[in-house]
Design a protein around this ligand. Structure first.
Ligand code: PRX
Length: 633
């Protein structure tokens, strides 16, 4: 699955365009199937309907676990570094991970889980999170992992949307010096969720929790029961290639997050292939992805991709800046990490602590670096290259999305010549095009446009859970016969792609995707708020910050208190990740006569660029713009 030279890359890409079915059939041959497919691909982007490896049977955990046991059972599958560096780390070999997954799969079954059930997972970054995910996949249950930083309300929305009947969580989690009360947040969420019949709680922080009789059980007690039943094996459920594997919620330009659905066969092939090829993974290498399993990066490139390739994947529970800003580099040194995959926001944050934090750390084990989540600015790219990679590690800047399942546009380590700030070229199997506003393909190089994909790939989303029409509207209706990514992109004279950022109302804050409408809805819940408009602005560390323009008389006229209350409201409704960085109180918002908010103007003001606000003549009340300009933060 790995191309070894740029020439081979070009040949592979050409083949993938000319004979896509043959191309993917060969890749799929590297995986273990219970039954081979009848048809490689059936598709139309109109409905949309996309089916890969139709008729094939498999279980992804057989590919991630069982097939490695005979030769590589003793190879470390997961290395776990705890939040507190003085606590013992853990290593699970493939055999141990297999056994634990089987054990927990049996726990799920004992607790009533069946094939097709939706199971919500809200857990800290401990090996049991990966175990829970894989145990669901083993029995054919559909996991919906919710990032540990989301609020009770966000969890409840997701549980209700997917109609989950089981929750897997922990008493609490650690993040730096903070203790996060996960179970208590789940309890708050469940007040709204009668469909949930069982909550399985792992002990992690020993935070006191309430355990409701008949509903809540301890992970450890349930595992003991399975042990005394004496049957540690759990046979895999034979899944259809197109059966759902998981749902993962992500933000869009409208209010409610949508449940992106990935399926068993295509997702397995795509994540395994892209992981192996882009990182040029070699047996024995230690791979460290700093993401959280609550996001797609963790699903695809901490769990499924690396494990299907028999890799050693390092999971880190803590944060990059605790006990100090050298933590990543200590981890690299401690485990002799070979491949480090992280995000520009983390790089910028660590850069800001100065070079002393890196000085003296032994980073000589590193051979390849990766970046994901947002455009990487050149300064951060060079720092990563020089201070971390010592100029000898290729940087793979991987562009992709929750919806794409895996890398789409990315260098292949050591094969594709890189350029700072560029995701470079499409991987073999990916057919990107740029279109203008009218959907006309831009053929020339050196021009920017909206990034679309014109042919299916196995890792693409199949639907948005419970609402296929929304999937069609969001991704397949803007331009006919194209998947629209929502990203703007420049293709330079060499045909290299540089992602310039979202062209819809989606923000990218520290690599987290946040819908402006979602934040506005949360702000508007606050009792004194009349209305609000949220835009992004450039932020040195986070990439983008959240700027809210709010119409509110204020609580007893005290702006400062109202500001804090609004922040608290957003935190409660969505989670701390969506908290506005700036709140400007205004007497009105710039609207057209038809009542539409002119976001373009607000964006410019938030960016601090008020020299040319464009045409404001269609505004209902142009004077409001002067007031907002004068009060800009
Ligand atoms: O705008 C792009 C940006 O992140 C968006 C996808 O966000 P999410 O679904 O949360 O997935 C993040 C992890 C894959 C994209 O639409 N993005 C992601 N990777 C890059 C990027 N922007 C520029 N360069 C990247 N490498």
């Amino acid at each position: 699955m790995q191309v070894k030279s740029f020439e081979e890359y070009q040949q592979a890409w050409r083949k993938s365009v000319e004979q896509p079915e043959q191309f993917w059939e060969e890749i799929a041959g590297n995986f273990q199937w219970r039954k081979k497919w009848d048809k490689v691909l059936e598709w139309n982007f109109k409905e949309p309907k996309v089916e890969w490896f139709k008729g094939a049977k498999l279980n992804i955990t057989e590919n991630c676990l069982d097939r490695h046991l005979e030769k590589n059972g003793d190879v470390p599958a997961i290395i776990w570094e705890p939040n507190d560096p003085t606590e013992d780390h853990r290593v699970l070999t493939y055999r141990q991970l297999h056994d634990k997954v089987c054990q927990f799969a049996n726990v799920l079954k004992n607790n009533g889980a069946k094939r097709g059930d939706r199971i919500c997972i809200y857990m800290p970054m401990v090996p049991e999170l990966a175990i829970a995910v894989l145990a669901c996949a083993r029995i054919g249950a559909i996991h919906s992992v919710v990032f540990g930083g989301f609020s009770a309300q966000s969890i409840a929305d997701r549980i209700k949307d997917a109609d989950c009947n089981i929750i897997v969580t922990a008493d609490g989690s650690y993040r730096g010096t903070k203790e996060v009360p996960l179970k208590s947040t789940i309890d708050d969420a469940l007040v709204q969720c009668p469909s949930v019949k069982r909550v399985i709680v792992l002990t992690r922080s020993h935070t006191p929790v309430s355990m409701i009789k008949g509903r809540d059980v301890w992970w450890e007690d349930e595992v003991k029961k399975v042990e005394t039943q004496g049957n540690p094996e759990c046979p895999v459920e034979e899944m259809d290639a197109e059966d759902m594997l998981f749902i993962l919620y992500t933000s869009g330009s409208t209010g409610k997050p949508k449940g992106v659905v990935h399926t068993c066969g295509g997702y397995m092939v795509y994540t395994g292939y892209t992981f192996s090829n882009a990182f040029q993974y070699q047996p024995g290498e230690v791979y460290f992805c700093t993401a959280d399993i609550g996001w797609i990066t963790g699903h695809s490139y901490i769990v499924y991709g690396p494990l299907s390739q028999g890799a050693t994947t390092l999971m880190f529970e803590g944060i990059p800046t605790w006990p100090n800003a050298g933590r990543f580099w200590d981890i690299v040194e401690k485990y002799k990490v070979n491949i480090l995959y992280t995000a520009p926001t983390a790089i910028r944050s660590l850069m800001s602590f100065g070079d002393e934090v890196v000085a003296g750390k032994d980073l000589s084990s590193l051979t390849k670096l990766g970046s994901v989540g947002e455009p990487i600015n050149e300064e951060a790219w060079h720092w990563f290259d020089e201070k971390i990679g010592h100029g000898k590690c290729p940087i793979v800047d991987t562009w992709w999305q929750t919806e794409t399942g895996g890398f789409m546009i990315s260098p292949i380590a050591g094969v594709t010549p890189t350029k700072p700030g560029y995701a470079t070229l499409p991987l073999p199997g990916v057919q990107p095009i740029l279109v203008d506003e009218n959907g006309k393909e831009i053929e020339d190089n050196g021009v920017s446009g909206n990034l679309c994909i014109k042919f299916p790939w196995p890792g693409m989303l199949r639907t948005t859970y419970g609402d296929h029409e929304r999937c069609r509207q969001t991704y397949f209706a803007t331009y006919e016969n194209l998947y629209f990514t929502g990203d703007g992109c420049l293709r330079d004279e060499d045909g290299y792609y540089r992602i310039t950022g979202r062209v819809d109302d989606v923000l990218n804050v520290s690599g987290h995707r946040i819908g402006t409408a979602e934040v506005e809805n949360a702000i508007n819940m606050h009792s004194t708020v009349v209305e609000s408009a949220v835009v992004g602005y450039p932020h040195d560390i986070k990439g983008q910050g959240v700027y809210a323009f709010v119409v509110s008389p204020g609580k007893h006229g005290d702006e400062e208190i109202t500001r804090k209350d609004i922040i608290m409201t957003v935190s409660r409704i969505i989670g701390p990740i969506a908290k506005p960085d700036k709140i400007q109180f205004v007497s009105g918002l710039p609207k057209t006569r038809s009542g539409k908010i002119m976001r373009r103007i607000l964006r410019k003001i938030a960016e601090g660029d008020t020299s040319n606000l464009g045409d404001t003549s269609t505004l209902l009340d142009p004077a409001v713009v002067d007031e907002i300009k004068a009060g800009a933060l």
